[in-house]
Design a protein around this ligand. Structure first.
Ligand code: DP6
Length: 420
């Protein structure tokens, strides 16, 4: 390590998106390396609405690795974090900052410590998967700081060791996590299927469900499913390989009807595997089931799918519409059935890309009160209105992969090396 300036600090700041699986990853064949039992496919969400931003800093004055998440210091001793750090340090190369008079040699990275500050631009209480964006961002930004010269496929295999679904957040648009078959995990990587521009009229509405029961984490839930669910074996070996092929075709040809049918079927089968687990795992609740019924009835009434639904390890619904027009109609129906509590503001009930409200013809709370019932139940009654079941809706689009941000967006002070 050669340096003219004593207490120098170098930083890099990156941003990485979240993703939502349309063919789910559920079950590991190797717990340590995080190798899945089947391929999965996801869509990357717009980082303006759902992403992690991370600054990593290095300095000879740091005496240990430290991390802050949303302003709170958290432990870095976990295996997953340590595995990511170790793997990325192995790939580190020489770094020179001529302005600061700093030269870090490849081998110096083994001794130098890092400070990491990360924050999510969406509420953590929302129960939306934050580990995917978080680990993808950590690995991507460390790779930039350490001048790692590897493609995103290699970086995805490192992010995978932080959290399986994180590997898919290394790319924008449509992404496949190929399960691979090598015991080392070297071929268990994310592969881009198509960029977001390939099918950019899709609109995503996330219904963040208010009542949360204590949830089983994905990690322990899928471990129990692997150990006890016969349906999981059948799904991984027989159903998913065929479905992945069909999904790739649907994406390639922008065939929304097939895309929607496959997405809904796969979400339902994942939750069926959860029910088939002993003891059974319930991630969805009554509100989730009401949303499924609403979408199923609408799709049936139209004769062709208008919207796809998918649910991860929690009750929140992720609804994918074919275009802005259908997204507007969907939002109208959702606002009729799940109106905001009377004292709330529309601007905090529908967040993200609020322009969809224009498509829905809703500009005020009064417009919501005046909405006509979307359709009738089988018995001829309108959909029951229940306020308070949904905390808020996030409207968003498909998005791009990780990006390096400017120094002025750094979360770490360049003088103290601590979060700003
Ligand atoms: C239901 O990636 O959170 O969201 O690998 O144990 O960290 P670990 O699990 P995680 O599981 C995600 C499960 C899922 C489906 C998916 O994203 O494919």
């Amino acid at each position: 390590m050669a340096s003219e300036a004593e207490g120098w600090i170098l930083t890099a700041t990156g941003r990485a998106p979240t993703n939502i699986a349309v063919i789910k990853y559920w079950g590991k064949r190797d717990e340590g390396l995080i190798l899945p039992v089947n391929d999965s496919i996801s869509v990357t969400l717009d980082p303006d609405h759902l992403s992690a931003t991370t600054t990593v800093a290095v300095s000879p004055t740091f005496d240990r690795d430290r991390m802050w998440l949303n302003g709170q210091e958290i432990s870095v001793s976990g295996d997953r974090f340590q595995n990511c750090l170790r793997e990325i340090r192995k790939l580190a190369r020489d770094v020179e900052d001529v302005d600061k008079g700093v030269l870090i040699r490849k081998e110096d990275w083994q001794k130098l410590h890092v400070h990491i500050a990360s924050y999510n631009n969406f509420p953590t209480a929302a129960g939306l998967a934050s580990s995917a964006a978080g680990f993808a961002c950590l690995v991507f930004t460390l790779a930039k700081l350490m001048n790692v010269d590897q493609d995103h496929g290699k970086l995805s295999s490192i992010a995978r060791q932080g959290s399986g679904s994180a590997c898919r957040s290394l790319y924008g648009g449509f992404v496949k996590w190929a399960m691979g078959d090598d015991a080392s995990g070297s071929d268990s990587i994310a592969v881009p299927l198509a960029p977001e521009s390939h099918w950019n009229d899709l609109v995503i509405i996330i219904a963040v469900v208010s009542a949360k029961q204590k949830e089983t984490s994905s990690t322990s839930g899928m471990r129990d499913s692997v150990e006890t669910s016969p349906l999981l074996q059948y799904r991984a070996q027989t159903v998913v390989p065929h479905r992945v092929q069909k999904m790739e075709e649907a994406i390639r040809s922008r065939d929304f009807a097939s895309f929607a049918m496959l997405t809904c079927s796969d979400s339902n089968q994942f939750h069926a595997v959860c029910l088939d687990t002993s003891p059974p795992i319930f991630y969805m609740n009554d509100t989730s089931h009401r949303i499924i019924s609403l979408v199923e009835r609408w799709n049936k009434a139209e004769g062709i799918p208008q919207v796809a639904y998918t649910f991860d390890a929690g009750p929140n619904a992720v609804l994918i519409s074919q275009n802005r027009n259908t997204a507007g109609l969907l939002l109208r129906q959702l606002l009729f059935c799940f109106p905001p509590p009377p004292d709330s503001e529309l601007s905090s009930y529908v967040i993200g890309d609020k322009s969809i409200l224009g498509e829905a013809g809703v500009q005020s709370m009064n417009d919501i009160k005046a909405l006509p019932p979307p359709f009738l139940n089988k018995d001829g009654s309108p959909c029951q209105k229940i306020a308070g079941e949904i905390s808020y809706f996030i409207c968003t689009n498909l998005g791009s992969g990780p990006k390096l941000l400017d120094q002025n967006q750094s979360l770490i002070s360049p003088s103290s090396g601590l979060p700003k």
